[in-house]
Design a protein around this ligand. Structure first.
Ligand code: CUA
Length: 312
């Protein structure tokens, strides 16, 4: 995961610059303080070169006032000023064009629901954005407080129940930027990864088109059997697959599950073996997860996996 000191967008760059400026300021402050303190302590003791103890005392006093009052004051004011300048440079939702892409992010224990209200796209744990454009994120939580943090693109922002926070995301260029939930939110807080994928604008448009479409009907007898298994099991009560009767809202939308890079919010790679482990024993992979194990095995499990793998 790239850190906040490897910024990939103007907002993160602004914050990285501020961080370096504060580090320089702090280091300079420490050195100046140490020197002044050293001088004050040394001159406290009149030696042969300092015959007047009273003059030495006054000088020490001035040095201590300089080190203990004036210098910290100057540095606190400088820190405040640099921070205000950086805050003003960071775009807010109101600075973004009215036709910017809007993404609703809803935090759940322990995954992210991702919706594009104007584009008809619903997905999970991956935010796809056009590179080089400001994107408006509206974030809230369905349960406890989570925190959305993709260090290479922007600062942290809390996902709170019943309140919408906004964040502007801008990626300089195409790429995948990883992030985490940055607020302790229960047993599997560590397994709540977020992935931002920035595409060249035309590629983003094709992504939207693919994601907005309902799931392709299963092809082949095995996949068709798998769809039956899905619809008749508990899966369909919690998950939606657009184009089928499954319209559960508890868990992630699975319409284009196979197009996503990971399962369980970045916990495991999205391949058939991992998917089988996840379906049969999700708690072994992610403690506390609300998904029950799928009660299928043998041919039925195979068919279910084939069906889910086909949800491109
Ligand atoms: Cu969600 Cu920590």
């Amino acid at each position: 995961m790239g850190g906040s000191l490897a910024p990939a967008g103007p907002v993160a760059a602004e914050m990285a610059t501020l961080w370096w400026a504060l580090l320089a300021l702090g280091a300079a402050g420490f050195v100046i303080f140490a020197v002044l303190l050293g001088l004050a302590l040394r001159r406290r003791h009149p030696g042969p070169e300092e015959p007047d103890p009273q003059a030495a005392g006054r000088r020490s006093h001035r040095l201590l006032v300089g080190a203990g009052v004036v210098q910290p004051l100057v540095f606190v004011i400088a820190t405040f000023a640099l921070t205000v300048v950086a805050m003003r440079a960071i775009p807010e939702a109101s600075d973004v064009d009215a036709d910017a892409v809007v993404v609703d992010v809803v935090g759940h224990q322990w995954w992210y629901e991702i919706r594009y209200p104007d584009l008809g796209v619903v997905t999970a744990n991956e935010v796809h954005i056009p590179a080089g454009q400001a994107v408006r994120l509206r974030l809230r939580s369905a349960d406890v407080i989570h925190s959305f943090w993709v260090p290479q693109l922007a600062g942290k922002i809390d996902l709170i129940p019943d309140y919408v926070n906004e964040l502007v995301l801008i990626a300089d260029g195409p790429g995948t930027y990883l992030g985490d939930c940055a607020e302790f939110c229960g047993l599997s807080h560590t397994w709540m990864g977020i992935r931002v994928v920035a595409h060249p604008p035309e590629e983003f448009d094709s992504w939207v088109q693919a994601q907005a479409a309902p799931a392709e009907p299963p092809t082949g007898a095995v996949a068709m059997q798998g769809q039956e298994v899905f619809l008749q099991s508990t899966c369909a009560q919690c998950h939606t697959i657009a184009g089928t009767p499954a319209d559960g809202a508890e868990g992630p939308d699975l319409t284009h599950l196979a197009s996503r890079a990971t399962l369980a919010a970045g916990t495991i790679d999205n391949d058939r073996m991992a998917l089988e482990d996840w379906l049969t024993d999700p708690h072994a992979i992610k403690d506390g997860v609300e998904m029950p194990p799928a009660e299928v095995d043998g041919d039925q499990l195979d068919a279910l996996l084939t069906y889910l793998e086909g949800l491109q």
